[in-house]
Design a protein around this ligand. Structure first.
Ligand SMILES: [Zn+2]
Ligand SMILES: [Zn+2]
Length: 329
């Protein structure tokens, strides 16, 4: 099968022809139709996330059709369309798994990071960690929901009970969450890179009540903010506009250092927390919500062999919304 392969961090992906993988009894073989390109892929490529399996087929926002079922697979049929997310396996035995926090599992395996992902024609998934996906989206539009949507949703839920929510970094996740938040009667305040008027216009079109530069203060204090951009200084910026008792959620897997925080800014029971991975329960509630709200993903499509270009464009913010590799349309 054709695949784009990372041989070493800080190198370009190599177009390669590799054997189609075989499956275990509890796995399914998925013919990949679409795979989203996520900022986490950049952190893996750059070597900011350690311990990647090498060589690696990246990609963890996968939509495709099941073409082969393992011997004991019960939950799926051949030909069925499924989504394969970042969380590929958890042990079910560690204290986190036993406490409903499988996203923190000590022995977790991650798609497109510690096992091969969707930048290729086929991917193997454990039947317990992939799921049926809503019919109302084609595979290309659906792919960004598998991480930007899902982990964005976990961030959104951890932001607590809010009316006014800030989002720093208006990319794949923010463009999905803004539509959900708008449908739920929340107010979104979108912060982009300074001078990114196109991005701000895009945010307002999707329902943000206010959009501006990350250097600007919003017109009111905010109840919570999610930071998607991997820039630590934004934590300090966001705290300055956060009301007492509010929360700052860092939604990315990697971030540059956070500068020293004057205690006055944190005082008043303000919270700063990170979000790690997802649970299958997040996926269940997310897709339930997605079925009920009007949602349209904004997608720029690339061919599999142009994955490097898609990653370059993501790094340089050259598109709105999300990038998706179209693999078998
Ligand atoms: Zn575990
Ligand atoms: Zn991701």
């Amino acid at each position: 099968m054709k695949a784009m392969i990372l041989k070493q961090p800080q190198q370009r992906l190599q177009p390669s022809d590799v054997g189609t993988p075989s499956i275990e009894a509890n796995e399914v073989l998925v013919e990949v139709e679409a795979c989203g390109v996520c900022r986490t892929d950049l952190h893996i490529l750059d070597g900011e996330l350690k311990n990647a399996k090498l060589p690696l087929i990246p990609g963890h926002e996968i939509v495709g059709k099941i073409v082969q079922l393992g011997k004991v697979v019960k939950g799926f049929k051949e030909g069925q369309r499924v989504g394969v997310p970042w969380l590929a396996y958890t042990c079910g035995k560690c204290s986190f798994c036993l406490n409903g926090q499988e996203n923190l599992c000590d022995n977790a395996i991650f798609t497109g990071y510690t096992k091969n992902g969707g930048y290729g024609e086929y991917v193997v998934a454990n039947e317990n960690y992939c799921f049926a996906v809503p019919d109302k989206f084609d595979s290309i539009s659906l792919a960004p929901l598998l991480c930007a949507g899902l982990i964005g949703w976990r961030s959104y839920r951890l932001a607590g009970d809010f009316k006014r929510l800030g989002m720093y970094g208006f990319g794949g996740a923010a463009h999905i969450l803004t539509q959900i938040a708008h449908a739920q009667g929340k107010e979104i305040y979108a912060f982009t890179r300074p001078g990114d008027e196109k991005g701000q216009k895009f945010a307002r079109q999707l329902g943000a009540v206010w959009a501006g530069d990350s250097t600007q203060a919003p017109p009111h204090p905010l109840d919570a903010s999610i930071i998607f951009a991997p820039a630590g200084p934004l934590v300090l910026t966001a705290l300055k506009s956060l009301r007492k008792g509010g929360a700052i959620i860092c939604g990315g897997i990697h971030m540059s250092d956070i500068p020293a925080i004057p205690y006055d800014l944190l005082w008043g029971e303000r919270i700063i927390r990170s979000v790690a991975n997802l649970t299958r329960e997040d996926a269940r509630t997310f897709f339930e919500t997605v079925e009920r709200v009007p949602l349209k993903t904004s997608v720029t499509e690339y061919k599999l062999e142009n994955a490097n270009e898609a990653l370059d464009d993501l790094r340089a913010t050259r598109f709105e919304g999300a990038a998706v590799l179209s693999i078998r349309p």
